[in-house]
Each structure stands twice: as structure tokens, then as C-alpha cells.
Design a protein around this ligand. Structure first.
Ligand SMILES: [Zn+2]
Length: 54
């Protein structure tokens, strides 16, 4: 379960159908992020996830 800020609700919401994705950053780095839908209004949400500590 991932929580993020919904731009429409202007509040912290639980993401529905959340998916973990990787975004290519500068210098060949990859950042983990999650996308999903706001549980309340269905607006698409996006959130960067903390780096994986290996
Ligand atoms: Zn919302």
C-alpha cells in the first residue's frame, strides 16, 4: 500500500491500483516511483519512493 498526495483532494490519500515504476534519471541513474489512482476521487497520483538500500 502506497500513500501519496492527491492534487485534487489536496490531502494525503491511499493509492488504488498502485504500480511501482522506474524512472531514468540523469547520468544513467534510476529512481523508483509509484503511480496509482486516488482512492477517493480517482485522480492519477505519482510519488517518488525512497531509494533502495542495497
Ligand atoms: Zn483525490
Amino acid at each position: 500500500m502506497v500513500e501519496g498526495r492527491c492534487m485534487k483532494c489536496k490531502a494525503q490519500r491511499v493509492m488504488k491500483d498502485d504500480k511501482e515504476i522506474e524512472i531514468a534519471g540523469k547520468g544513467g541513474t534510476k529512481r523508483r516511483a509509484a503511480t496509482g489512482l486516488c482512492e477517493v476521487c480517482g485522480t492519477k497520483m505519482f510519488k517518488f519512493l525512497p531509494k533502495k538500500t542495497v
